[in-house]
Each structure stands twice: as structure tokens, then as C-alpha cells.
Design a protein around this ligand. Sequence first.
Ligand code: GAL
Length: 644
Amino acid sequence: MSVYKIRYGTPEDLVPTNFARKSLISYKSLSENEVEEISFKKTKKGCLLEIPLRAGNEVYGFGLQLKGFRQTNLKKTIRPNADPISNTGDSHAPVPFFVTTDGWGIYVDSARYVEFNCGYTKVTSASDNSKVELKTDFESLYAKRESAYTTVLTIDVPFAEGVDIYVFKGESILDAVCEYNLFSGGGCDASLWGLGNLYRCHSEFTEDQVLAMAEKFRKLKIPCDILGLEPGWQSCSYSSSFCWDQERFPNKEDVLRQITDMGFKLNLWEQAFVHPSSPLYDALVSYSGDYKVWNGLVPDFATKGAQEIFINHHVPFNTLGVSGYKLDECDGSDYTGQWTFPLCAEFPSGLDGDQYHSLFGTLFARTMLQVFGENKTFSEVRNLGALAAPYPFVLYSDLYDHRDFIRGVANAGFSGLLWSPEVRHAKSREDLIRRVQTVVFSVQSLINAFYLDDMPWIEKECTDEIKRLLELRMSLVPYLYSAFYDYKTKGKPPVRALVCDYSRDKNTYNIWDEYLFGDDMIVAPMTEKEKEREVYLPVGTWYNFFTGEKIEGGNKFTVKTDDIPVFVKEGTILPLARPVQYITRDTQFEITLNLYGDTSNTQTKLIEDDGCTYHSPVRVLKIDADTDDLDSFRYRITNKKKII
Ligand code: GAL
């Protein structure tokens, strides 16, 4: 692996690396003259880089792209937006970082709306003059055409007279992504309980209704670790007062204690905009931008002042059992009036509106993380950007197309992001089951019932099915926690597209609707409308997770099942836990080791720590097919199952 920083011209002062964690890897600095392949010039708009792109070298990334996957030959403008409607680059979490199947990754250190053209033909580049067949039918006329010649990838940075880029080179996309994440400060350190199930209650619930929901989960024995309170916990939420509503929560200390005594963690919805009735308002005026949103201040989280005011106000909530936040609205919608600040806004840190728009969610998350001090969280946010891997905040969306949500699962891992294809209402029983199947095989198992009076499966009469899926999620927690350990220490995304690991296998280049879940499982979710689907598994032997059926990879095949199609790689030792209702510091998981095929040379690992604080000692427990006893307070091997 090699990592280089290359400086072109004179970069701006305020760029994402100023606010980032310390890199966990070293890199070599080069001057622009030392890199012949890349050309740079200043333009009327800002500055421009051109990088050759070999035909067949495919491009991915640019953050959480819900509308597109393979970005070769396409144009992407990196612009945060709550309502991305097409594959233009608009996103809840756009990131100026891309990767290619040749194992290159390039990060552009800019908080501007950078425009990338991923393979355009320069007049000077060698082109071929073979004739192109005339297409007349609509589909082939407008189909994406492959280019057979070397093109250039342009990086157009507005306003700036120069820019630093960081180049990561490995054998595969995965190598480049890992290096980018380590450069960002490593993948996040998620709490163990955060990997359980999260249920968000109706916005208008009173404390008694939240308590009743908590009791219902325990009575029905449906596993749930976290209850989320939506806007109604606050006296004013659009914009936020950050204070409890006394009418809905008159006895909050008492009621919330009853809820946390049942093993739940609490998570509070907030957006950053500060309402004039908030006790934070006066002190924040001088640390905010010069335009309001929803009549609220827009705090400048690049200033120490705004950070401290937020942190000090929120720390006392910790004693109520608040262990996470959902940081809403920081992406900004352009289609709904006044939902974000104009780009001409100015901020006291010196950031302008464009720059703050790109950094808002990341700086907000970074600030709120400090509220918990030594305690780990696993929270939510609706905007992130460059270098965000170290923040344990998962992205979500108000959009709801199931296929777009699945594409998000595959895409997020290219850019140091975590994404949950959350479940809300459903059109039908099938729709609900299919959506819950997807979410339990994602980084965060989230049911966002913020406008539902009851658990959505009650009305759809599929409580047993959903309960089994949420239990399955609990079985997967130890395996997923190990994947998160690799994220933290190696930068390896816990969930990622097939092309990351199989960058030489062309069959994976367009697969956006399957993904790796940890190192050893491939998940191919189905949506309500599909009665069957095609699945591709890379060359090698695989096993159907539910039936044990053995499958030879390398070809597509058709799957017809009510389960979610999930496949396990030959040689895997898969530790599955007996589901618990919720996870505590003392939980001991009873583990069944599932041995797939020939596991004589395989090792796997389980991570033992307290699961909830950053500096707890960590033990990496090595496990092979012969391991029977583990000297561990967290795990006990109770069973072994051979799948052959
Ligand atoms: C939206 C958010 C939803 C829900 C809602 C509450 O902005 O995306 O998940 O929290 O606000 O009003």
C-alpha cells in the first residue's frame, strides 16, 4: 500500500482535514511537479485537476449515493441535500472521495461542492474512430455506453486556488477504502448494545405511552435495546429548545428510570437549530451564522464556544439514561422553504455557507459525541461528509424506496459511512417483512415508528415473523461486533459492496443489490414485489444460511424464498448467539459455532470488552473449529454445528 499527499496551487485555509481526527497512517508528501500523470490548472471558477482513467477502470464512491452505484463516465457534484431525486451527486452525505477497481482511492480535501466527471474524453487523448452502430429504440439509445479508450477524470473545485489530494493505492477497492478510513482516524468504536434493535416511538408519545411501549416489548419478548424519543420530548422542536416538555414528560426522572431499569437505553431526536425560547439561545448568538432556520440560530460547531454550550447543556441528560442522539435536518432540504440556511450565510469560524453546509453534520456529530465522555454510543445523524468514519453515527433518510435503501447499504461502505435502511410503515405484510429482513442485515437495526401509534407488525399481523427477525439480529451481534473491531483497527467497513473485495471480478461491477455483511456473509435482500431474484456469488463454495444448501459460485442463479437470501463462505466459522432481549455490560452470549465446509484451517475471533466504554481492556479471542472452552465473561460456547 502507498499513500501520498499531493499539493496543487494554494489550498484554502478551511478544509475538512482541519476538523478531522488524527490520521492513523503515514503518507508521503509530493509536490505537483513530481506527479506527471495528473495535470492542474487554475480556472475562472477555481481550480481543476485531470487524472487519466484507463478504460475498464470502474469508479465508485462519493458518499451515500442512493440513486446510483457504478459512477464511471458520470458527473457527480458533491452537494448535501435531504431530498436527492436523481443520480447527480446530491446526497444526505456526499463525500469527495472515490475509488476504482484498479485499487486507487483519491480524497479531495475540500468543503466545496466539488464536481467530478468520471471519465470524459479530452480532445488530446487518443480516441478510436470506429463507427458506432445507430441505435433507435429508446432503451439502447439512452443506455450507458462503455468507452473503449482512456479518458480523464476531472476534479473541478470551485473558489479555491489550489487543493490537496490524498492518493491511496492498493490491490483492490477494499485496500483503498481501508486506507482512507485509517487516514480519517479509523472506523468508529460502536457500543455493543448499539448493535441491538432500536425502536423510535411516535413523536407525540407522553412518558406513559413510552413506558407502555417499553413494557410491551418486554411482555411480547421482542428484543429491543434502545428506545428513541422523537421531537415531542422537547418543549419546542422546530427549532429546538433542547428542554423537556413538561406536559408530556412531567415525571421524566421516575418514568425514564423505570424504562432504563428494563434494560433500555434512550436516544433523543434533535436538530441543531436553536429556538429563541431555548436557554442556549443568548449565549449562542455570537457563535452562530447570520441567518436563521425555523426561526432558530444555526450554531457554528467549528467554534469552541458553540461546542461547549451544547456539550454542557447535554451532559446532565446522561444521568437520565440518554445514551444516544438522532441529529436531524443537518443535510438541508432545498425543496421545502427555509429548511436550511442560504449559501451566502457567514459563520464566525470564517466558514461560508457552502463550506458549512458540507461540514455541518460531521461537526454536529463530533460535538455531540463529546457529551458522552468515556461512554460509547451508537447514534444517528442525517448528514456526514469527508473523513467521518470515526464517528459512531449512522445515516438515515426520509425517502423510502426499498431498492434505493438497499443501494445505500452497498454504497455507504465506499466512503467511511454507515447507513441504516430504516423501517417505518409498510404497504403490506410482505413489504414489512422484506424491509425488516434488510434492516437486520445492516449496521443498525432501526424501526422508526415516529408517526405510528403502535409497532407496525401488529396491524400487519406478522408479530411472530418480525420477532424471529429481530431475534436473528441479536444472534448476529457478536459477529457484527468483530466486524466493527476490524473497522476501528483496520478501517474495514463492516458492510460493503461485493466489488470492494472482488475488484478483479467483472461480474461484481454492477451489483448494487447484494453486499458483504462482515467478511463471510453475502446478503441479497428482496423487496415486496419480487417473487424471486437473481443472485451472483463469487467463485468458490457457498452455503445458504437458512437451508445449508451448498452452492458453487461464479455464476448467477435464481432464488425463490420467503427468507432473505443470505450465503456463507466455505471455511467460515460463524459464531451465532442465543438471542437475548437486550445487552448489558454483563451479558454472556451463548454461542453456537457454525462450521461451514472445511474449517480445519480457519480461525475466527470474538471481541471481549465491556462494550460500553472507550478504554475498557479489549481481548481478541481466537477461535478455531476445535475451540470448546473460552475463558471469557462475554462468550460461552455451548454448541457446534457442522454444515457440509
Ligand atoms: C424527520 C426525520 C424523521 C423524523 C421526523 C420527526 O426530519 O427524518 O425520521 O424524525 O423528522 O419530525
